[in-house]
Design a protein around this ligand. Sequence first.
Ligand SMILES: Nc1ncnc2c1ncn2[C@@H]1O[C@H](COP(=O)(O)OP(=O)(O)OP(=O)(O)O)[C@@H](O)[C@H]1O
Ligand SMILES: [Mg+2]
Length: 471
Amino acid sequence: MIATEEVAVVEHPVEANLLNLLVVEDERTVRECCREVARSLGFHVLTAASREEAELALEGTNPDVLLLDLRLPGSNGFDVLRSVKSKSPGTIVIVMTGFATVQSAVQAMKLGAYDYITKPFNYEELRLALERVTAHLKLTAENRVLREQLRSKQGFGQIVGHSPEMEKLYRIIAKAAHSTHPVLILGESGTGKELVARSIHYAGPFKDKPFIPVDCGSLVPTLIESELFGYVRGAFTGAVRPKEGLLATAEGGTIFLDEVGELPIDLQSKLLRAIQEKEIRPVGGTRSVPINVRILAATNRDLDTAVSQGNFRRDLYFRLNVLNLRIPPLRERKADIPLLIGHILDRINNSTQMQHTIGDDALRAMLDYDWPGNVRELENSLERACTTCSLPVIHFSDLPTALQNFINQSKAPEPVEIPTVITPLEELEKRAILRAINVLDGDKLEAARRLGIGKTTLYRKLKEYSSADLN
Ligand SMILES: Nc1ncnc2c1ncn2[C@@H]1O[C@H](COP(=O)(O)OP(=O)(O)OP(=O)(O)O)[C@@H](O)[C@H]1O
Ligand SMILES: [Mg+2]
């Protein structure tokens, strides 16, 4: 039997070191000891008691670390070592060997093993060996990140920002990029969730494979199902040809489930099954198709609440939330604003052949503003200012009216009468959205753009308002 320890990872997502470790050891007590120690260091552990079981486990996963007993019943560990080194050269192998056979450990090192420990060993020796490996892997990952940063000179890939919050984010992205576990990306609208998902994919070992984003919020439920899972010929009227689902198209790469909180509940079950079984059944089909795809998901909804209200499956939430990554809103990392402005203006100037710069008054206001639409709102504001402003320097008066009003109001003297009615933020948001649509004669796309939120977010909110009104 091959045992997995999924639960440990799910229950302590933050402490997990995101590395997979396979123990190949026929003696049960030693196997258990290895599992215990590895788990306590945050590894995701698989175990195998024979060469056959090891081969089986290696078919389904490329472990980051292999703890290998050189003496296995009916075989020897060298076969497993050769096989793992040819299939997955990056796997770090630690061999376990009897004291009398240290010579074989030397031979194993020549074949590519990283380290060895002699039996009998105690918890502490094993723990030290595994800690050495973790440090080694961490360094390798960090070097990769450094190379990536040097290449782009601006944070991680296309992500701009040097605030401590962003530096922390880069470290998590680097870790996530080199794991195959699902990652749940959380953040307000416009904070860069999709950008982060792309960075995780393109900084990882499968960057040459597809990265496929699916907007779960903008498609009608039946369409999402056939998009994700595909369909067979004749599955429904008009299905004259079979269609491959996106989960299959992304083979070997990443599928990014954007707005995953919007996924209808019956599709949530189907997705959960696909993740667990690593196979999908196309609509109208009777046979399952195996898939090998890494799942990234994003939402700006509070999934904890959605789970407690029964709108999101708890088991799917746990599956997706093996690691979660929260992108801070722009108002919590204002130190990044000047850098972002520079980056966005460079891009605009390159494409328009103009030389726009930011004036002190505009910069001051932009630093004071709260940016409810986050980086997307910042981008939109600058794009608009650059098109409307005929002079090279952008001033306060070129900034969006909403921003100017916010600054002017915050400068205005306190009203004599302090209002006693407290309006919930949600209500204020609703009023702002409805007013914008009204002022723009029903143009929702423009309203979303001017409010600095995604069109999906706007449509979702309108849906929520109308269903609330019906209740
Ligand atoms: N840190 C950043 N550095 C540079 N550009 C950024 C950063 N964060 C976001 N952006 C830019 O802001 C815009 C919005 O980002 P993105 O679409 O990734 O946000 P999102 O969180 O997915 O938004 P939504 O919830 O509305 O879908 C994009 O054009 C993106 O390139
Ligand atoms: Mg998005």
